[in-house]
Structure formats: structure tokens, C-alpha cells
Design a protein around this ligand. Structure first.
Ligand code: NAG
Ligand code: NAG
Length: 393
């Protein structure tokens, strides 16, 4: 009899399991597909120095919306324009928040800047204010003479160096140009390296971007939190103090001076006007002004430098392209005058070169991470509240 019982029992158990599984998977919400994860590490072992490229390789197997784990933290990554649109447009309200970190909490005054602000009335109003008052086209245009003047200084320098057959470190020069322009636009005057801490302006901004971009182990493994293994918290607090002293000084200088001799109001002037007029219909004090000042400084300085650096590198590596750019410049502008900003519209080939470099070397290949504020279903996949989302452009 046992011969008969055994197979029957096996079949019965099999059927039961199948049924259970069906029931279970109906209830269980399905996350987007992704690579198998290790206990504890998640998928961290799969990543090297270039996270966005490693992600791309893995995604080839799993599709345009993929879920992975950084340690214990689930992360969803979007790869195609359609996938990005799902998070940034179709479900933008759900995903418009940002995960908090030590940099945004400490250096940006508990997330009062635009880049890492929590979604809510402050975020909405501040965005509006920035688009209308700080970054309006009239405002950008008002700084045009300044940009021309600063560019002139650099070109004269390069001319001089060329005559003397000297080597020029263009990366350093473009960095200094970008810092000069950003400072003039935001603060109304140039601040030099020695104005910020002992290490200098650029080094400190680099430092902060570095820390902000470093993977944070206590974030991936919450049980490590109390140890501060990477010594982050101390470094972040030191940086926060340096920045705060500097920003306070800039504001004090603005409050002390009269605006009359200035050609164009700088952005701190505008922010202080809003603060003093009390016209903002939301909480807006010195901390908000400082957070936005820092946002503007970082966004303008580092991204333009990286982009220009890559464009020059690629042009030097592709002499044929360089030649075409030269030809176009000669045709459109000629050899007798400087290129003006207005010429840019007619420089179509140059425009394509810039776009191609942006495609190859985007300044922020994963964009700042998003975080969802509620559960959501995307393409039939489940995305739980608090999911981190990376957009791989
Ligand atoms: C930035 O401004 C300083 C001070 O005017 C000047 O010495 C420096 O050459 C400028 N940098 C560039 C690249 O023009
Ligand atoms: C790292 O993550 C932990 C836990 O989320 C957080 O408390 C800490 O401030 C973070 N550190 C940095 C430098 O972001």
C-alpha cells in the first residue's frame, strides 16, 4: 500500500503548495525586477567606482525600471526616458521628496535649500520665487556685461601665455572663471580662495560635494548608525561651521552697504529684499537665505566647470570635430570680433557638440535621489512608501 500512498501524498502536497503560492503572490505586491541580492549587503557587491555605468550593465538584464538594494535600503532605478517620465511627471507628486542626509541637514540648515527640501508649501513657494525673481531671463540678461568682462580677462591671459609659449592649465583657469562669475552673480563681488577657511574656496566646495556623494554605510545598515564609522558627522559639522561663517559675513556686508552704486542687483540683494519686505507668505529667515545662497553657488560653479572641461577634452581628442567648430565660428562670427552670447543661436554645430558632451558626460549622471511619500503602483509594479529612486540619465 505504501507504494500507492507515497506518490499520492507527493501530488497532494505539490497541489497544496501551488495553491498557497498563488494565494500568496496575489497578496504580495510585486517589486520591479532586479538582480538577486545577498543577505545584508543587498547588491552593494556589484558596484565599483562608476555607479551609473554599473547600474546600466545590470539593467540590461532586468529592464528599464529595476529594483536593487543598497545594504538594507531598497532603491528603484529608472533608465529610459519613458521610465523617468513615470517618476518625474506622471507620479511626480509622490516622488518629489528627497532622502535626508547629514549634508542637507547640517550644511543646508535642515533642508531649507531647494535641492533637498521636503515636498510641501515651502518647496513650492521657494521654487516659484527662484524662477520668478532669481533666475528670470531679465536677471540672467542683466549679468551679461559682467560675463563678457570676465571672459575678456581669461582670453587676454591665454593670448599673453600663447605669445610667451607658456603652458596653461585650462581646467584651473575655467574653474577660476566659473567661480568668479558665480560669485559676482550671487554675491556681487569676487571672493578668492583665501576667503573661505584654510583650504580655500574651491577645495571646500569639492570636499562637500565629495561627502554628499559618498555612500553612507550607516544609512544602508541602520544598526551601524551610532558608530559614525566613516567619521562623516565630524567632517560635516566642521564644513557646516565654515560655510555658515562665510555666508553670515556675506550677508552682513550686504546689509551694511547701500545698493546705489551697483550696476545690477546681485542675488543676495534680491533675497535680502524679500526677507526685509516680509513679502514672502511663508517662513523665510536668514537660514533660508543662506541655504539658497549655497545652493546657487554649488549648482553654478561645479556643473559648468565639469561640462566645459569635458567639452574641451573631447575637442582635443577629436581634431576633426575641432576643425568643424573652428570653421563654423569663422563663418558665423568671422575673425574680427569676439563671440557674443547672441551668436550662440546661430552656432548650430557647436550646440550639437555641447549636447553630445552632455549626453556622454552628464554633470550629475544619477540626478539627486528622490524619495516617495506614499505607496504607488508604476507599470504594475509596487513601489512602497519611502522608496529611493535614482534616474540614470
Ligand atoms: C578671477 O578674478 C581674479 C580677481 O579679479 C583674477 O585675478 C583672476 O584672474 C580671475 N580668473 C579668471 C580665470 O579670469
Ligand atoms: C548616514 O546615515 C545615517 C542614517 O540614515 C544618518 O544618521 C547620518 O547622518 C548619515 N550621514 C551622512 C554623512 O549623511
Amino acid at each position: 500500500m505504501a507504494f500507492l500512498w507515497l506518490p499520492l501524498a507527493v501530488v497532494a502536497i505539490f497541489l497544496l503548495l501551488q495553491k498557497l503560492q498563488k494565494k500568496f503572490s496575489k497578496k504580495k505586491k510585486i517589486l520591479p525586477p532586479g538582480p538577486r541580492k545577498l543577505p545584508l549587503l543587498g547588491n552593494l557587491h556589484m558596484f565599483g567606482d562608476n555607479l551609473h555605468q554599473d547600474l546600466n550593465k545590470i539593467a540590461k538584464k532586468h529592464g528599464p525600471i529595476m529594483s536593487i538594494h543598497f545594504g538594507l535600503v531598497p532603491v528603484i532605478v529608472a533608465f529610459t526616458p519613458y521610465a523617468a517620465e513615470q517618476f518625474l511627471k506622471t507620479h511626480d507628486l509622490t516622488f518629489s521628496s528627497r532622502p535626508s542626509n547629514q549634508v542637507s541637514e547640517n550644511i543646508f540648515y535642515k533642508r531649507k535649500n531647494l535641492v533637498s527640501a521636503r515636498y510641501g508649501p515651502y518647496w513650492r513657494n521657494m521654487r516659484k520665487l527662484c524662477t520668478l525673481q532669481l533666475l528670470s531671463s531679465a536677471k540672467i540678461l542683466a549679468f551679461q556685461p559682467m560675463r563678457k568682462q570676465e571672459l575678456g580677462i581669461l582670453i587676454n591671459f591665454v593670448k599673453q601665455a600663447a605669445m610667451e609659449h607658456k603652458v596653461v592649465d585650462l581646467t584651473a583657469k575655467v574653474g577660476s572663471l566659473s567661480a568668479n562669475m558665480s560669485c559676482l552673480m550671487i554675491f556681487g563681488k569676487k571672493y578668492m580662495d583665501e576667503d573661505l577657511g584654510e583650504k580655500g574656496f574651491k577645495a571646500i566646495i569639492q570636499d562637500m560635494l565629495h561627502i554628499a556623494a559618498l555612500p553612507n554605510f550607516s544609512d544602508f545598515f541602520p544598526f551601524l548608525r551610532i558608530f559614525d564609522l566613516q567619521g562623516y558627522n565630524r567632517r560635516v559639522k566642521e564644513l557646516a561651521k565654515l560655510f555658515d561663517e562665510f555666508l553670515e559675513r556675506v550677508i552682513d556686508e550686504h546689509v551694511g552697504e547701500s545698493n546705489e552704486q551697483k550696476q545690477a542687483k546681485d542675488m543676495v540683494d534680491t533675497l535680502m529684499e524679500i526677507l526685509q519686505s516680509g513679502a514672502a507668505e511663508f517662513e523665510f529667515d536668514r537660514r533660508h537665505v543662506k541655504a539658497i545662497m549655497l545652493d546657487l553657488l554649488i549648482a553654478s560653479m561645479d556643473t559648468s566647470l565639469t561640462t566645459i572641461d569635458w567639452i574641451l577634452t573631447e575637442l582635443l581628442r577629436h581634431p576633426d570635430v575641432m576643425k568643424k567648430v573652428h570653421n563654423e565660428l569663422e563663418q558665423v562670427v568671422g575673425k574680427n570680433r569676439m563671440v557674443e552670447e547672441l551668436d550662440l543661436e546661430s552656432l548650430e554645430y557647436l550646440d550639437m557638440v555641447i549636447k553630445e558632451c552632455n549626453r556622454l558626460y552628464p554633470a550629475a549622471p544619477l540626478l539627486p535621489p528622490h524619495e516617495s511619500i506614499e505607496d504607488c503602483t508604476i507599470n504594475n509594479f509596487h513601489s512602497p512608501k519611502g522608496s529611493r529612486v535614482l534616474i540614470n540619465i
